[in-house]
Design a protein around this ligand. Sequence first.
Ligand SMILES: [Zn+2]
Length: 438
Amino acid sequence: MLIITLDTTRPDHLGVYGYDYPTSPEMDEFAKKSFVFDNAFTVISHTSSSHASIFTGLYPKTHGGLNNNWIMNESLVFISEILKEKGYLTAGFPACFVVDHNRNFDQGYDYFSKKYNDPDYGFRRDADYVFEDFQQWWENKSDDAFFAWVHFYDPHRDYNAPKEYSDMFPSRLVTTTDSSDAWDLAGYDGEIAYMDHYVGRILDLIEESGKMNETIVVIVGDHGEGLGNHNYLEHSEYIYREQMMVPLMISIPKFSERIQRIDDNVETIDLMPTLIDILGINTTNKMQGRSLVPVFRDERLPEKFIFGETRVTGKELYSPNRHTRLSISGFGWKYIFNNEISKKKNGTDELFNLDQDPYEEKNLIDSDDPEIIKKKAYLLSKLMIWDKDARPYSQGYDVNAETRKIIEDKKEKNQDYSAEKKEIDAIEKALRDLGYMS
Ligand SMILES: [Zn+2]
């Protein structure tokens, strides 16, 4: 089994997902032999936490690594550990320090690349170096069943792909209203094309060895990139579609006759339960994702809510000094909860009707349509229940705290607070209906 993680790669910049420029000929070819997921989402917009979720099948709050500052707990069970125990030869090739052995990402690996600490390569490694490292391992390994993870970091800022790649694309600058920074999409696309070349070389090695028809290959992104959408260039601070939607393609020899495109909403935490299900491994290990195997048998998955989050800097879960954003999407809607500090930047929570507004541009949170008010309360209560359930800590978080403060303030000033009261009542009713509040 091979898992290739693509850092910072937006699906809409790959040919297989409809991009107009030729960034990904190798992956487009691979996609023809794979299940391609059109609605795959990461659960967090940070590299380290996102990778931990892919490898453990757990939401970030549960595995505990909430952003790139965390060291993963040794008691977590990575897919590499499960497969090593089953006799697989395991090898990992991280391309950036936030997913390296110092962050405990080397759990369960027979070989784990540490070479990028070489001062020549700094904190990240380019695709050619990752490939050479993989090739060396590949050509010297035994013939046992293998599990390998290869990480490509190239599409992450800064852009420095060899000139022949960035020269393939026209220069197009993207920027935001509050910064003088402008990024060139030619640089981003060039990095994707450069990475794609080495993805192809790795697939070639497997093909040439005759092992492709017995190897499961997963290509998945860790998060996207703003590139100017929602007036933001990067990924870690926000959880809009452009940060959360990721490419996901899976080639599975035993289901190769049934390949198709899948439009069900799936989360990256579904990968681990899916892969061990395909391999027929029983585990009592706790996972929060669900197996996608039914879709490989032409069955639809029941629709469910999917969740996302981001937390910026610091280690405390709910420190008032840090951004926290949480999202719930499904059944045509998406709600983003922004904590107090996040609200300073965004003003409010956000509610999007995804059927009418898939790019999340029209915030309906202040709508006075009674149906939308009901929807809002329902989604927020589901989101808070998820947050409470997924959290390994027991401290409560009062979602209505700010509104209660506003009410107290208005009471003192003898102002009308009926709108706020209505909002709290609606949320509490939804919580009661779901049995989470008596
Ligand atoms: Zn990343």
